[in-house]
Write a new protein. Sequence first.
Length: 379
Amino acid sequence: MKKVKIGDVCDILNGFAFKSDKYVEKGIRIIRIANVQKGFIEDNVPTFYPMDSTGLEKYMLKEDDLLMSLTGNVGRVALLQKEMLPAALNQRVACLRLKTDRITKGFLFHILNSDFFEQQCVLASNGVAQKNMSTEWLKDYEIPLYSIQEQMKIADILDKTKRIIVAKNNELRALNELIKARFVEMFGDCNNLISMEDVCSIITDGTHQPPKFKESGIPFILVSNLSNNTITYNTEKYISEETYSALYKRTPIEIGDLLLSTVGSYGHPAVVTEDTRFLFQRHIAYLKPKREIVNSFYLHSALLAPDGQRQIEEKIKGIAQKTLNLSEIRKIMIPVPEIEEQNEFADFVKRIDKSKVAIQKSLDETQILFDSLMQKYFG
């Protein structure tokens, strides 16, 4: 397979060190490292520079510019959408612009958005606490060069597969929003507020001492296993029967109990719905609801409701590593209506969850297909 250096097909532009004391409410959007996520631009809290600023011509961005993070989470790429213009490039973000017709933008985007390329960026970066990638290394990096016809075909296949993935994720989000709306509709006026400490018989967390792991056995899950507010059991960490028996006394998990992430990606609850033996790390809180007071699925939605998430945000401690302490979880106040109303809501959630399971299965299959295609084309 013929290869070509990125620097031979792209001009690579570096950003400017914009001064924060000149930020304004409206103007030229500043695209920063935090905005460049894997495959998309996220700008929920935009930053702007005065429209009448001078000397910024070479930092001004264009529609569909390919942007890349050079510091921190290095190697993430995204295309800039038209609706974000006018926009300018901040420091430690690179802009790649094609300077030849030997390669298509869609094909280049998929190469650079591959997990393999991102791993190469990490390996080539300097720094321990914070990675830094050089644009000189980027210029010399070689990528496969198919014919234009093959590039267009590959990009089209990947685009279509990715669109299906996006559509499935949107369906899941819409169903989650439906549950939230139903919760507010049914319980928005409930004034009977009770603390988590009073609706749960146990509020604790996982083991504080890392157990001895095995290659197989009983799954030991991490915060990353609380995906989309459900529990997944895919893990590379397992414990023995003996270890499980010793640790289970602290967290006697059964169907209907809840887990809640407390560090990093905090505030994500999940209901235990499967009769699967497992244990978990200290960064996951364990909640055992008092079933005569609160329904598990109701409690799950109460924690995800706007007021539940607001309280969680207010109770977070720390800066470098944000943490939701157990003592703060116990203070969270939730509305507690009659158990019959909770059960009615839980039945509604279970019906929606059946649809979500089918969509998630299709999504997982499509993601596997997409990953295999990326591996096939880009290694």
